[in-house]
Design a protein. Structure first.
Length: 634
């Protein structure tokens, strides 16, 4: 265990030890980037003194890394991975030799930007501007789980221009996340030149304006960093930003204040010269000669299982908005579960997405972030890996389209986020094309770890919400904005009743037939059933399949449907990237013989009631009926 922390008196030999470590780490940075032939040595060398000081004194060590009460350190500028990795290796988190030869190699855990599977790394970063948001997520976890730890966020200066950073500053201040301390590596350089020339950022003024306290120090003075952090963590009235004045390429004269070395490694000759200047041996040839052929790998950090009581399904007998159902379930689980096991996020849409019911019962677990979707996506993602069931309700264009990059990073971090996305498709109606989220399936298909479920009516919504809240991983439940009728079987009985069991990947056969098969989902399901009834008058019987899990369609069901000789996909989604394309891919890949038609959205829609839009763009029930009849006449 560590002998010193931020609350102790530190003897002089410790500062000497840190200076020695800094010099050795700078050598490691140069060696690993030179061996790799790429990397970001300049910023790594300006950040290294910050990394070492935090890691040396904070409650973070290889021995306690599995302890929930340890401190957290989130690095936002992930390109400085050489600096962070060298500090972690020198402090015993993993083998330095593996790092030096494995950096940026395909069979090594030490990728070009920091990765969460590496011991000592809390959060995978690389996309600038997201680190403070992740830090807010860790700080919220400390509060909700009653853990007394500090969250340190290390950032670059250039990324302060990102709007998400401002969103995170305001969130931290609003919710009194006073256990967050930000340290900014202010080396004045980014990849294209000086920060002041590329995009001026008023770092100090922005943090002060948002209610933070600010300290300014030398980022290469370990003692000054120590004293600033000591002051920040002892003041529980405000979060702190410590602006650390640094020099890019610190320690090597020809690298200092040179933008070239932001993202470019040294040549072999330059590295030799730089190591001599640092007073270190150039042992690269020996390192490579004696390198082990195998580098230790580290397992992906798994999601902690959150066990909650989701109650029993409720039966809805009348037409109702699925959003109301979602709100009812949230209200129920708020009553059933012990405090601080669930967190719900909202972005100024409480009434629209029905998170208001949860907020009334558990206000301390409800986080209204306002119009700040980017930071909310990351905060919620980071919180979700800390044993808190994390739910975010938002419109699809905001909670999916607008934050695709944040969701992608959540996916890479193996988060446990549950998103309830509303206002999908033309079903949004009068709000118009800016709010018609018609591309969500195409976007979410690109995220390997996200699962999507689209309920067909209020009762299936109830089953799906309860099911998803018990699952691990990232899930999106998608609905429109209008009321949906209750789906019934041909005998008039409620289809998704109390005995219905939802399973991911399940496709429901709602109507049987031999002349054609329709695959549909969401608000199009009842329209397809109406088409079935209309066609039945002409002696035409068609199958209706409800596809609630569009990313997990069983090929056997497609094969069964193809026996009718005519398969139609009918969706309120872009036709080129929705279930039509998914099923077409299965048909082609499995060499299934059938006639096939895709019905879906082919252009941005205008403003009107959903029925008017479906009619305008040939997606109404009548048009579906005509397509079936036209084919059968042939």
């Amino acid at each position: 265990m560590k002998k010193f922390n931020f609350y102790t008196e530190v003897p002089e030999w410790v500062w000497n030890e840190l200076q020695k470590l800094s010099r050795l780490c700078r050598g490691d940075i140069l060696k690993m980037t030179t061996i790799a032939g790429s990397g970001h040595p300049g910023g790594s060398m300006s950040s290294i003194d910050i990394y070492l000081t935090v890691l040396y004194f904070a409650n973070i060590s290889p021995e306690n890394y599995d302890k929930p009460e340890r401190d957290r350190m989130v690095v936002s500028h992930g390109h400085t991975s050489p600096g962070l990795y060298s500090a972690l290796a020198r402090l015993g988190f993993f083998d330095l030799k593996d790092l030096l030869v494995g950096f940026r190699k395909v069979d090594s855990p030490f990728e070009g930007h920091i990765e969460r599977h590496v011991p000592g790394v809390e959060w995978t970063t690389g996309n600038l501007g997201q680190g403070l948001s992740a830090g807010c997520g860790f700080a919220l976890a400390a509060r909700l789980k009653n853990l007394n730890y500090q969250t340190f966020v290390i950032m670059s200066d250039a990324e302060q221009a990102k709007g998400q950073v401002g969103e995170a500053r305001r969130f931290a201040k609003k919710f009194n996340l006073n256990d967050i301390t930000v340290l900014i590596d202010y080396n004045h350089f980014q990849i294209s030149g000086r920060v002041e020339e590329i995009m001026p950022v008023n770092i100090k003024e922005n943090y002060l304006a948002d209610g933070w306290k600010v300290l300014e120090i030398s980022g290469h003075d370990h003692r000054a960093i120590f004293e600033a952090i000591k002051l920040a963590i002892s003041d529980k009235t405000s979060p702190y930003a410590i602006i650390c004045e640094t020099t890019i390429g610190k320690g090597v004269s020809f690298m200092e204040n040179n933008a070239r070395f932001h993202g470019q490694s040294l040549t072999r000759e330059e590295c030799n010269r730089a190591l001599k200047e640092l007073g270190l041996e150039d042992d690269i040839d020996e390192i490579l000669k004696n390198a082990s052929k195998t580098i230790k790998s580290y397992r992906r950090k798994e999601i902690p299982q959150v066990m909650i009581n989701t109650g029993r399904p409720k039966l809805y007998k009348e037409t109702i908005d699925p959003r109301v159902v979602f709100g009812d379930v949230l209200e129920e689980i708020a009553k059933l579960n012990r405090p601080n096991t669930i967190a719900v996020f909202d972005c100024d849409l409480t009434e629209s997405v029905k998170t208001n019911k949860f907020a009334k019962i558990c206000p301390q677990n409800f986080f209204e972030a306002g119009v700040s979707e980017h930071t909310t996506a990351t905060i919620a993602g980071a919180l979700s890996i800390n044993g808190i069931l994390t739910i975010w309700g938002d419109f699809g264009v905001f909670g999916i389209d607008e934050v695709y990059n944040q969701l992608r990073l959540n996916d890479i971090n193996n988060t446990n986020l549950k998103i309830f996305a509303t206002h999908l498709g033309y079903n949004v109606g009068p709000d118009g094309k800016t709010h018609h989220c018609i591309d969500y399936l195409g976007l979410l298909r690109n995220l390997f770890g996200f699962r999507v479920v689209i309920p067909a009516d209020p009762n299936q919504t109830d089953h799906i919400v309860r099911y998803v809240l018990k699952q691990s991983g990232n899930w999106v439940i998608g609905v429109g904005r209008t009321k949906l009728p209750v789906i019934k079987d041909e005998g008039g009985r409620i289809f998704f009743d109390e005995n219905y069991q939802f399973e991911y990947g399940k496709v429901d056969l709602l109507r049987n037939g031999t002349d054609a098969a329709i695959f549909t989902m969401g608000p199009m399901v009842f329209r397809a059933i109406a088409a079935h009834e209309e066609l039945k008058k002409s002696g035409i019987k068609i199958k209706i399949y409800n596809v609630s899990s569009p990313f997990a369609i069983d090929k056997k069901i497609i094969e069964e449907a193809a026996k009718t000789g005519f398969v139609i996909t009918y969706e309120d989604h872009i036709v080129h990237s929705g279930i039509g394309s998914i099923i077409a891919q299965i048909i082609a890949g499995e060499k299934i013989t059938t006639n096939f038609v895709k019905m879906g959205i082919e252009q941005y829609g205008g403003s009107d009631e959903p029925d008017a839009l479906y009619k305008k763009y040939s997606l109404d029930t009548l048009n579906l009926v005509q397509i079936v009849k036209k084919f059968l006449k042939k």
